[in-house]
Design a protein. Structure first.
Length: 281
């Protein structure tokens, strides 16, 4: 596909849907939209999966190499992780390292939607063990599950530049994620999620959990809202402004910082500048 035809942002309803209709297959795995196929992501795959009452997002399974991350977007249900069963609802996140058997079950009376992110690993193998017949339901939640609202936030302001304030919740760090980074950002009205920049090596995916934002992509302004996504491969100049009247929340995925990574910074007109320095508060 020619670069001119590539998509770097999308609205969820524009993504082709696959799977089965619940009226046709009540025991099926619901329906899903493959965002990564449209955006042509390199190191990871991401889709939005919707299951109806009683359905599972997949068979109970585990990966030998692949790491997965689930963000519950709407509804409620239960995750089966290892030998344990835990209740989850919109705003919860689950990290699944290799070797951990898991699945997500809609045990409610309404549809459940989840963003499913996974690394692409050479040599990954998937196994389908028998699920536990009587999973444990411990009173204490698994350390692989966290609620975004319960994660402490960090306030970052950039002195002399209109980038902040932004409030970063280190979701991946809280869950012990390795091999990729994931943060939730609450961006104030009129503020930017980060300096105007491009990466030399890493790729980033931004998913709008709530609010109205405007992406500045290679100088073009692109308005996005709830459940829209933006993809920034290496070398793509970007930043995101909250163009609404309420805080916007973004879920941001990226590669870990490799030794050869570098970042080039720009003002809003696209002129290269020195690295903005966080102010001391």
């Amino acid at each position: 596909m020619a670069d001119e035809a590539r998509k770097y942002w999308l609205r969820l309803e524009e993504v082709p849907e696959a799977g089965t209709d619940p009226s046709e297959d009540k025991a099926g795995s619901g329906r899903w939209r493959d965002l990564s196929a449209v955006l042509q992501t390199r190191a990871f795959g991401v889709d939005v999966h919707t299951v109806w009452p009683g359905q599972y997002t997949s068979k109970y399974h585990r990966h030998s190499q692949r790491l997965e991350f689930y963000a519950i977007l709407a509804g409620r249900g239960h995750v089966l992780v290892g030998q344990e069963r835990h209740a989850v609802r919109a705003g919860d996140c689950l990290y699944v390292p290799p070797g951990i058997s898991h699945t997500l079950h809609n045990s409610s009376e309404l549809p459940l939607s989840a963003l499913v992110f996974g690394t692409r690993e050479d040599g990954d193998a998937t196994e389908y063990p028998f699920p536990p017949t009587a999973p444990l339901e411990p009173a204490k939640r698994s350390t692989l599950i966290a609620r975004i609202e319960d994660i402490g936030e960090e306030n970052t302001r950039f002195q002399g530049h209109p980038w902040g304030p932004r409030y970063v919740r280190p979701v991946g760090k809280t869950l012990g994620v390795r091999d990729f980074e994931v943060d939730a950002q609450d961006v104030a009205p009129g503020a930017y999620n980060a300096s105007h920049h491009r990466h030399g090596v890493i790729e980033e995916l931004f998913f709008v959990l709530s609010g109205n934002v405007t992406v500045l992509d290679e100088g073009e302004e692109v308005p996005l809202d709830r459940w829209c996504a933006y993809y920034a491969p290496p070398g793509r100049r970007h930043t995101i402004r909250n163009s609404g009247t309420k805080d916007a929340r973004l879920l941001i995925f990226s590669d870990p910082q490799p030794p050869d990574e570098f970042v080039v910074y720009f003002d809003l007109q696209g002129k290269e500048i020195a690295k903005p320095q966080p102010s001391v508060r």
